[in-house]
Design a protein around this ligand. Sequence first.
Ligand code: ARG
Length: 405
Amino acid sequence: MSKKKVVLAFSGGLDTSVCVKYLQNNHKMDVITATVDCGQDDDFDEIRKKSKILGAIKHINIDAKKEFAEMYVRKSIKANGLYQGKYPLATALVRPLIAEKIMKIARQENAAAVAHGCTGKGNDQVRFDIGMSCIDPSIKIIAPIRELNLARDLEIKYAKKNSIPLKDEIKKYSTDTNMWGRAIEAGILEDPWIEAPEDVFSLVKFKEIPAEYLELEFENGTPVGVDNQKMNLMDIITYLNIKAGRHGIGVIDHIEDRVIGIKTREIYEAPAAHTIIEAHKDLEQLVLTKHELRFKQIVDNQWSWMVYSGLWFDPLREDLDRFIDATQNRVTGKVKMKMQNGSLKVVGRKSTNSLYRQSLATYTSESIFDQNLAKGFIELWGMETVIANRLSNNLSTGRKGENKK
Ligand code: ARG
């Protein structure tokens, strides 16, 4: 009887290499490894070689960079996607895409199971398990690291015992990268008092260089051009990771609440994400009404929470996207930014949909605003507050009087 097949989401790192051996030895399965390229800048030939050495029956590499930018990052930009106001969701956004690709391969290969290398402590297991179950609950999900309750030192032991080629046991940190950003954790970073040393970063640079300007053009809430050149979203992200990265922009040091009730200290570098979201928010401020802005902030927050917590496939996420999309029809225009020594400042913006009226805002005599209108407005605006204050003052005298009796 031929062995059952399992499709493993494979990065070539220690965790997923251990998974290959475990699936072969303990589950007695044939392993197909699959790597999804979303801009992680890995050596995909090396990953293929490693899969072969480990005895996988097949390796599949999928280039999903464009799809990631167009179908996932684009939505996050429109939603100003930031978890707890800080983390641009790079890892969170890519998981549902990887889940889809792995499940697709599993179906094509007629596999009995899929597998991932997540631990039982993180968010990624939540994202993969829920995502994969939403796509096809009949395919079994195996999470060897979680199943074995493995920690890094034990993994290294297991790797040595099973002649898994080791390279990254000397790695000082645990990282996860795609075009939308890079997450770095563990090692000395586990002490939240210790400042992240420069060697944790690879996208941002810390050498001081002269200030530079940047112009970002949006159409319907999506970047369509940069520095007067039209570009697709993927290329804009690549361009900004370099240009904003060389000014040290997009460094985030975050005490983060994981879905599994653990607080963690995460360092992120996300030059493009930080720049684009800052610009997008600023442009929204110019073209949306104050009512839209207030409500959208609540929606954006909820959207980010759903994506972070593994609920990409929940109908509510799509409902929120429909609302967000409706607001983005007018988010068209240009934003000008200045970058220097880790700081990014929006210094100008324009749009044909701008709600800003200089004739109303000006402090010169050109103003068309009739200042007398303000008096009545203030009276009505503050009416209840004034009454409430009068009442509480009177009541306190009243009570004092009562006490005297
Ligand atoms: N905390 C982030 C998240 O849950 C990033 C995790 C990245 N993984 C890593 N090995 N550093 O989305």
